[in-house]
Design a protein. Structure first.
Length: 78
């Protein structure tokens, strides 16, 4: 990723509303989940209470710093 793109993404995460675009697990057909990398960006306590099966938890404020954990070959559903 080039520096300009990284800075743009980082500034977006500083700007974005925490609950903007909330999606409930039951809104995603099970067959579609298998094709996606589901990234749950809530804090660990919220994730522990309930989450989409197979989801990976990275708190939203840490996503940029931990971007190396994200796949490059799948669609990421946040």
């Amino acid at each position: 990723m080039n520096k300009a793109s990284a800075e743009t993404i980082e500034s977006y995460f500083d700007f974005v509303d925490y609950n903007g675009g909330t999606l409930m697990a039951e809104q995603i057909p099970a067959d579609d989940c298998a094709e996606l990398f589901v990234l749950d960006v809530r804090d660990a306590a919220q994730f522990a209470k309930d989450h989409i099966p197979g989801a990976v938890n990275i708190e939203w404020r840490k996503v940029f710093a931990e971007r190396s954990r994200l796949p490059r070959d799948k669609t990421i559903l946040v």
